[in-house]
Design a protein. Structure first.
Lengths: 240, 288, 337
């Protein structure tokens, strides 16, 4: 579905990504973990076309999307829900969602997409005439996802959806992600919240200093000492 | 009292003209993050165009405003493509320097060329209609019609920006560019359109401006500064704020001219601009 | 690697310093020739050099705040105009030229200090707009405050018999301005300025006292222009709002600095010399469309080489040959599609 090969990204003369490769298969939920500054957001931005890679390729369904403009990448079916939501606070909730279907292909299906999205997010229906800035953090996250879904993505990227949200809300958000995934949309998820992320993911990558250092299924990774010590804060016994 | 009312009405009209002219500047700053210092020159060119349209083609200002508006829409797009589009790939510091250079340079060139070609004297469109008298105050019909035209245009813009897809997309792009990019909005095209619209508004307003007052070749930069005052007072990033700002500045100028003398009114806008920037940069309705 | 590292690293590798001996020799030679102008050249040459030094002094001092520190001070000409008016007012009230120059310089510095506090709350475009607004404000004030400034017709003072003192004063100002630039190039203070330009927040948390630096450099950059304004008034004996604060006099040095390359030592020098020469040549042929030429030059550099002549490829070779102290590129690299 999505294939990233040897991606290298530089900011000015500083190399941030050093030959990153990963893939997302049909129907999967894949997570990307890693400490701050590991380059996860940069990777997401590069995949979505906000940043141009120096080398390497990104392929969606076999077609290359690296080097394309962001709106073309959206048209190709890859949609990112960015870090910090990036919604439009001064516009109404409905405006925000509808603008998600700006692309001509998506606009043709506006009514149907709207119905689908409102079914997934009932809380947004009630608030649709309110300004987006009046929503709570969790609701804004739902809004961001709803907006993204309006472009009828074939693959969804999420950059730290749980950021700044209470655990209960995070659960709700993740449940929605699972529902979306069950409807056939694979998901690539960048997360700090390791526990949740490992719970819902089929496979996980770990990034450090601009490189992928680990890959595997969630169970396998859970068991590794590295993950447990570094991210779950558990002490590693020499005997275990 | 009659004088007060007359000044007030004059201010509404003047303010409306300022707002329409400044609107394009606010838009282009919001979408492109570029401050177009040559914006005022398009108003000036519109004014000159309206003059020639009347004198050589016999077109009345209302018609020429529409025609010139449409023509300058294309000019704006061309200008953006030729000069500004390349700048969008620069870093913020680089963009700032480059955009100041390019827009300032264009402004200087346009102003100087116009002065050279036209002889440099101020030009006014000699189109007059009759006047109405009511309660001791004199209301020229021309002004009333222009006022109405300004109001209609304002309402049209309001509808455009709150109801249409394109209008909302433009607003979204000014609020959050990344969000817009990620949602499939073709920022490039939005930028083009926005710039064209802003330039068209400036030129059309210029025709009105030349009918009420005069335009002269070197007014552009000072006018751009005045527009900035309008935008800053109303609040950067706020489109309705532009109209509030226009009204405030126009009223301030009108009353200053009446009570302190006309030679002090040019200073008013600049003083307000500097004061606003230093004291309350977000303006009255602003966001940033 | 995050934004902080990028900013610090850029500032650091922006400060390579080469050996400077050939450069000193050339500069000394030029200075000797320039000083001899009143004796080896005609009256025309003297006034040309006068103008050149004036532009150079203004351009180089603009560059301190505009180029090294990255704050585009469109109102830089205000210091000049202020200096001219203060000198004129002093002399009209019986002061001698030395007092006039002293007061002119001080007034400019004080004005800068006063304005610095509120104006540096702004950044980027807003700062540029505010400084531009202040310039325009001063122009209108000069036209309106008749008793002090003579209003629109301006101020006139009695002429002086010899052009020698003003010539050397202007030359000294230009040398001082370039020297100041050069000193900044190599000092720790200069590095601080550049970090402010590259990323002010990072500079602040890295221990650079940004508020102090901004204020001080702003004031510093005002002194020589004030002096230049006073000297100008001494020589030309006449000033009015337009010639003190107008576009031509205020933007010309900025354009010259940008053409040559802001934030570089040789940039303002090259830009000034080049444009002044071109201006003189064209002026003698055309006499008009000067501003148009400036405008087109500006557009051209803005589009093609916003870093100025000094940062373009062909000049890199000239650099190496002359071993001119290196410059500080702000990267205009690609960042988003």
């Amino acid at each position: 579905m999505l294939e990233v090969r040897d991606l290298q990204v530089l900011y000015g003369s500083i190399q941030v990504l050093w030959g990153v490769s990963l893939r997302v298969e049909k129907g999967e939920i894949v997570t990307l973990l890693g400490p701050n500054g590991a380059g996860k957001s940069t990777l997401m931005r590069a995949i979505s076309g906000l940043v141009r890679p120096q080398a390497g390729t990104v392929e969606l369904l076999g077609a290359r999307i690296d080097g394309l403009k962001p709106h073309r990448i959206v048209e190709a079916g890859l949609v990112q829900i960015p870090e910090g939501r990036q919604i439009w606070g001064d516009l109404t909730v409905q405006d925000n969602i509808e603008l998600g279907a700006f692309a001509p292909a998506a606009r043709a299906q506006l009514a149907r997409s709207l119905e689908w999205v409102y079914t997934l997010f009932p809380v947004l229906v009630q608030r649709r005439r309110m300004l987006a800035s009046t929503l709570s953090g969790g609701q804004q996250q739902m809004l961001a996802i709803a907006r993204g879904l309006m472009s009828r993505p074939r693959l969804l990227l999420l950059d730290e959806p749980s950021l700044g949200l209470a655990p209960q809300i995070v659960e709700e958000v993740f449940e929605i992600l699972i529902r979306i995934n069950e409807e056939g949309i694979p998901v690539l998820l960048v997360e700090q919240n390791v526990d949740f992320a490992l719970q819902i993911a089929d496979r996980t990558y770990v990034m450090e200093n601009g490189r992928i250092v680990r890959e595997g299924t969630s169970q396998a990774l859970r068991a590794t000492d590295e993950i447990r010590a570094a991210y779950l804060g558990l002490r590693v016994d020499p005997g275990s | 009292m009659a004088a007060f009312v007359q000044i007030l009405i004059g201010s509404v009209l003047q303010g409306g003209l300022y707002a329409l002219g400044a609107f394009g500047l606010s838009l282009s700053f919001g979408v492109l993050k570029i401050l177009n210092l040559s914006h005022g020159d398009f108003l000036m060119l519109g004014g000159f165009g309206g003059y020639f349209a009347l004198v050589y083609l016999g077109l009345n200002p209302f018609v020429s405003a529409i025609v010139l508006g449409a023509a300058f829409f294309l000019v704006g797009i061309g200008y953006h493509q030729a000069f500004l589009a390349r700048l969008s790939h620069r870093t913020p510091q680089g963009l700032l320097v480059a955009s100041v250079m390019v827009t300032l340079g264009t402004a200087l060139a346009i102003e100087d060329l116009t002065s050279f070609l036209s002889g440099g004297a101020p030009v006014g469109i000699p189109y007059r209609l009759h006047s109405l008298t009511w309660g001791g105050a004199v209301f020229p019909v021309l002004r009333l019609i222009l006022l109405a035209a300004t109001l209609i245009l304002t309402i049209a813009l309001y509808y455009f920006f709150s109801r249409t897809f394109l209008g909302r997309a433009v607003r979204a792009s000014t609020i959050n560019r990344d969000g817009a990019l990620l949602v499939g909005i073709n920022i490039r095209r939005i930028a083009l359109f926005t710039f064209g619209l802003g330039t068209a508004l400036a030129a059309g307003t210029g025709v009105f401006y030349a009918t009420l007052f005069t335009v002269e070749p070197f007014m552009g930069l000072a006018l751009a500064l005045k527009y900035l005052a309008v935008i800053v007072v109303g609040g950067m990033g706020s489109l309705p704020g532009v109209f509030v700002g226009g009204l405030v500045i126009a009223a301030a100028e009108g009353f200053t001219a009446y009570y302190a003398g006309p030679r002090w009114s040019p200073m008013v806008a600049f003083a307000i601009l500097v004061a606003a920037l230093l004291l309350k940069p977000q303006g009255l309705l602003g966001r940033e | 690697m995050d934004d902080r590292d990028i900013a610090l690293s850029t500032a650091r590798d922006a400060r390579a310093v080469h050996s400077v001996r050939p450069y000193w020799f050339l500069a000394a030679l030029l200075l000797a020739v320039a000083s001899a102008t009143p004796w080896i050249g005609s009256r025309y040459h003297v006034s040309f050099m006068f103008l050149l030094c004036m532009h150079l002094a203004m351009a180089a001092t603009y560059d301190i705040v505009g180029g090294y520190m990255g704050y585009i001070n469109l109102g830089h000409g205000a210091f000049f105009g202020l200096g001219a008016y203060v000198y004129g007012a002093t002399v009209l009230r019986g002061g001698n030229p030395v007092l006039g120059l002293l007061l002119a310089t001080t007034a400019a510095g004080l004005f800068a200090g006063l304005v610095a506090v509120p104006v540096f709350r702004l950044r980027g475009v807003y700062f540029a707009i505010a400084t531009f607004g202040i310039l325009k404000l001063l122009e209108v004030l000069a036209a309106n405050l008749e008793p002090a400034t003579g209003g629109t017709p301006g101020l006139s003072i009695p002429p002086t018999p010899s052009t020698l003192p003003t010539f050397f004063l202007m030359l000294a100002a230009a040398v001082a301005a370039v020297g100041l630039s050069g000193w900044i190039c190599r000092s720790r203070l200069g590095l601080g300025l550049i970090t402010v330009r590259e990323d002010e927040d990072v500079a602040e948390v890295s221990g650079v006292n940004t508020r102090w630096i901004k204020r001080r450099m702003f004031m510093l950059s005002a002194l020589i222009p004030g002096f230049v304004g006073g000297t100008y008034m001494w020589q030309i004996t006449y000033v009015d709002p337009v010639s003190a604060f107008g576009f031509e006099v205020s933007f010309t040095p900025i354009i010259m600095a940008m053409l040559g390359g802001t934030g570089t030592l040789a940039g303002p020098v090259v830009g000034t010399v080049f444009l002044t020469l071109v201006e003189e040549l064209l002026w003698s042929r055309l006499g008009y469309l000067q501003l148009t030429m400036y405008g087109l030059v500006l557009v051209f550099i803005g589009l093609v080489m916003p870093g100025g002549l000094m940062r373009s490829r062909p000049f890199a070779h000239v650099y190496r040959v002359l071993a001119i102290p290196d410059h500080y590129g702000y990267r205009s690299g690609r960042r988003r599609p």
